[in-house]
Design a protein around this ligand. Structure first.
Ligand SMILES: Cc1ncc(COP(=O)(O)O)c(C=O)c1O
Length: 416
């Protein structure tokens, strides 16, 4: 028996339960409509708790999942009385067991499960680093084949807390290619027979997996937070938080006001910030990311550099920002580094660069009066605990099976 249907957000066309990324009529997002309208927590240790709103049949049993806790030290320092930290990473003392250290693992488990339930064999994705690591880890655990295309800047992020398996096929790109080049090459590889494109933000399993950060926060706090802080590159996490909030609102037990999305990009690469500042649905490359490749190279949090984010598409980040009366921030490298040091010294766990950008945006929001001292604030620390993980695990680098010169190389050359 099915648990959900897919619905096109533009034309309303409905599809049954399947691995589908697009509507046949238009380019809008599809959204999962679950038959369970109330969130009913399952007795699982991690993300599987939120089975009600994950697009899969079988419950996930992994210990990896989002955790939420109320900050004391950072909250005191910032003068906030209800600051909650959503932490996706490794921090066993807080029961956080995401061993690839980012919320991308929350996307990977339901996506790979949905793939399996639909009888598909191999999935193809592009990654700036963290997503690839997450999918490689789940591939190592499940044996499902993954083809991961990563730009040179992301290769050092492709490590695992276990020995890599033959099911992981890593394709690197030579220097000069960025994340968007990796997306373009992955798109071509995905057209080979037997391959399924992962789909990025179009993949409902990815979005609803990431949405569990908001669900966990609402369950922990007892209601939806007033504000949601996250650093964005594609914006998928922001879209996911919004969609999760829509479901929580319809549930009725978690409040009726949608959390205000407060999202950050890292200077100098800030296309969505730049477009949203003018309330434009379109990103205009000449205005919003002039000299994009150079900007990308200069950006501290490299995973936040997507040149083709799902911003203007129906159901994308622009719609999420409009619906939640959202705000975007542009954060400098120095601001991020300062916020990282502050967070780590007060909260006692190391965090990844994008999380530092998110923390810096919270500091800006306080300075400019964009949050009230007593409001419920959710700071999504979407990646962290890497240093903590190294204390407990040996890490293994994944070796590429091929290196591509550019996104247009003949695929035979890659020998995959
Ligand atoms: C730790 C972390 N935070 C934030 C992001 C941005 O995610 P998105 O823009 O897809 O929401 C990423 C992307 O890789 C990430 O790895």
């Amino acid at each position: 028996m099915g648990r959900f249907k897919l619905k096109c957000l533009k034309c309303g066309r409905e599809y049954g339960q399947q691995y589908r990324l697009t509507c046949e009529n238009d380019d809008s997002f599809l959204r999962a409509e679950y038959f369970e309208k109330k969130l009913e927590l399952r007795n699982q240790p991690g993300i599987g708790r939120f089975h009600s709103w994950l697009p899969i049949q079988e419950e996930l049993t992994t210990a990896a999942g989002p955790i939420t806790y109320k900050s004391e030290a950072l909250a005191r320092e910032l003068g906030l009385s209800n600051l909650y930290i959503g932490f996706s990473g490794y921090w066993p003392e807080k029961e956080a067991f995401i061993k690839t250290c980012s919320f991308k693992e929350l996307e990977a488990y339901p996506t790979m499960q949905l793939l399996k339930e639909n009888g598909e064999k191999a999935i193809v994705l592009a990654s700036a680093g963290n997503t690839g690591r997450a999918f490689a880890h789940v591939s190592a655990l499940t044996g499902t084949d993954v083809y991961i295309v990563v730009p040179d800047s992301g290769i050092s992020a492709l490590w695992l807390p276990e020995e890599p398996t033959a099911s992981i096929h890593l394709i690197s790109m030579s220097p000069g290619n960025d994340y968007t080049d990796a997306i373009n090459l992955a798109g071509r590889v995905a057209k080979l027979p037997g391959m399924v494109p992962e789909g990025g933000a179009r993949n409902v399993a990815r979005r609803d997996g990431m949405g569990t950060v908001m669900l966990d926060a609402a369950v922990t706090i007892g209601k939806m937070p007033d504000h949601y802080f996250q650093a964005v590159g594609s914006g998928t996490g922001g879209i996911s938080a919004w969609e999760a909030a829509l479901r929580l609102r319809a549930d009725g037990r978690f409040g009726q006001k949608l959390p205000k999305l407060q999202l950050a990009q890292n200077l100098p690469f800030i296309p969505m910030y730049s477009a949203w500042k003018e309330k434009r649905r379109e990103i205009i490359p000449e205005l919003d990311m002039k000299d994009a490749k150079k900007q990308v190279e200069e950006t501290y949090a490299t995973v936040l550099t997507n040149r083709a984010p799902p911003y203007g598409v129906t159901g994308g980040l622009y719609d999420a920002l409009v619906d939640t009366d959202g705000i975007m921030y542009a954060v400098t490298r120095e601001e991020a580094l300062e916020a990282k040091a502050l967070f780590e010294s007060l909260e006692g766990i190391d965090i990844l660069p994008p999380s530092a950008v998110a923390a810096a945006s919270l500091l800006k929001a306080i300075e400019t009066g964009k949050v009230g001292r007593d409001e419920n604030i959710l700071l999504n620390i979407a990646g962290g605990g890497y240093e903590r993980l190294k204390e407990d695990f040996t890490l293994f680098l994944i070796s590429p099976v091929a290196t591509a010169r550019n996104p247009d190389v003949p695929l035979e050359e890659l020998n995959i």
